[in-house]
Design a protein around this ligand. Structure first.
Ligand SMILES: Cc1cc2nc3c(=O)[nH]c(=O)nc-3n(C[C@H](O)[C@H](O)[C@H](O)COP(=O)(O)O)c2cc1C
Length: 357
């Protein structure tokens, strides 16, 4: 493969995607960098170490919310700096080290400032997805680090470019295209996209490249992320003049490496997966779709999801049937059909009623 200039250095176009919280860390990112690739550690509440090399437990002692918030910021800054130092040591000064942050998480701009200040020269780029982190470009500019916005469509990039990166074009190191159907972790499916109807990634990345071309960004690499396990399967993406410079971001596969911090059980489970074992669900409290391995916990959530019915406190419209729920036998009103379903569930032992959003 041809090397690419990423965050100011020629490296192999192979990237470990950032995985929160501490699923990619200084050790895994440093190993990618040591192999002249790009490693990304998660800068979201990462672990710091004490003088004996033990992980510092993130225990909150503050009495008020404000105090605990300050503690969180301090832990996050200390952890991010520690992971950057570890990545740098592991890398032997090779490759590039990026940090992944979650813009929506509490105090992210402050934490970013703290980490970038405390780990000067150790972090070469920041990746950030979820929502529209317009201020990232300005932060990248003031600290002299490259930015890698994560998008799932050309349209999302257009908004980021117009609002932010057009003012700081020099900080745009690359654009991560995270395929909303293929990528592990949370997925950026838009309302018009169907989780059960995947679209092939190449036309979508071509659209992104055309969008970038219209802003003169032909030399800026696109990181293809989602479903990449073996580059043999992506040979038509390599040296493809229409796609332009492409790097490949691996998220799930690095989990089964020796350097990955996840448990042996998790690694074994991933290596034993069969087609159909992974599905997109909407159980994440973030509201985004996320991909996960089917297990007993998710199975229970899916069943609970099926046992949801709409109710009102008074008889309204079709909600004509009174249903007694909960320990105190409170009366709510549901449709006749739902009443029958609810009775069947209660007879099968699902007698506890919970309110869902
Ligand atoms: C367990 C897990 C956690 C992840 N956490 C994050 C995250 O915190 N932020 C982020 O931008 N991407 C996250 N990702 C996405 C990866 O960076 C990467 O883009 C994605 O996994 C690529 O798809 P693949 O898993 O098919 O290789 C996560 C992925 C996994 C599997």
């Amino acid at each position: 493969m041809r090397s690419l200039k990423i965050s100011g250095r020629e490296v192999l176009p192979i990237v470990e995607g950032g995985k929160g919280v501490s699923v990619s860390n200084g050790r895994s990112a440093g190993a990618f960098a040591a192999a002249d690739c790009v490693g990304t550690f998660s800068g979201v509440n990462s672990d710091a170490f004490d003088e004996n090399g033990q992980v510092v437990p993130q225990v909150y002692r503050g009495r008020t919310r404000r105090d605990r918030y300050e503690e969180l910021v301090a832990y996050a800054i200390r952890g991010g700096i520690a992971q950057a130092q570890m990545a740098y040591e592991q890398s032997n000064g090779r490759g590039r080290i990026h940090m992944n942050v979650l813009w929506e998480a509490a105090a992210t701009p402050r934490i970013l400032h703290g980490i970038l200040e405390g780990a000067k020269g150790l972090i070469h780029g920041i990746t950030c997805g979820a929502g529209m982190p317009y201020r990232m470009a300005e932060i990248g500019h003031s600290f002299g680090v490259y930015c890698y916005p994560i998008v799932s469509s050309a349209r999302a990039f257009r908004a980021l470019w117009r609002r932010a990166y057009s003012r700081y074009p020099h900080v745009l190191g690359g654009v991560v295209y995270e395929d909303p159907w293929l990528a592990g972790g949370h997925n950026g499916l838009s309302n018009s996209e169907d989780p059960t109807k995947p679209e092939p990634p190449q036309p979508r990345v071509l659209e992104l490249r055309r969008e970038m071309h219209s802003y003169g960004l032909d030399a800026v690499p696109i990181f293809m992320a989602g479903g990449i396990w073996c580059l043999r399967e992506w040979s038509d993406w390599i040296d493809n003049p229409e796609l332009g410079p492409i790097a490949f971001q691996f998220g799930t596969r690095p989990l089964v490496t020796q350097e990955s911090p996840v448990s042996t059980e998790w690694k074994r489970r991933l290596l034993a997966l069969r087609e159909g074992d992974i599905f997109l669900n909407r159980f994440s409290p973030t509201g985004f779709y996320s991909s996960a391995v089917r297990n007993k916990f998710l199975h229970e959530l899916m069943e609970r999801n099926d046992r949801q019915i709409a109710y009102t406190r008074e008889p309204v419209g079709e909600h004509t049937q009174a249903l007694r729920v909960g320990a105190r036998g409170r009366t709510v009103f549901v449709t006749p059909a739902d009443h029958q379903r609810a009775e069947t569930w209660m007879r099968s032992g699902f007698g506890e009623a919970l309110r869902t959003p």
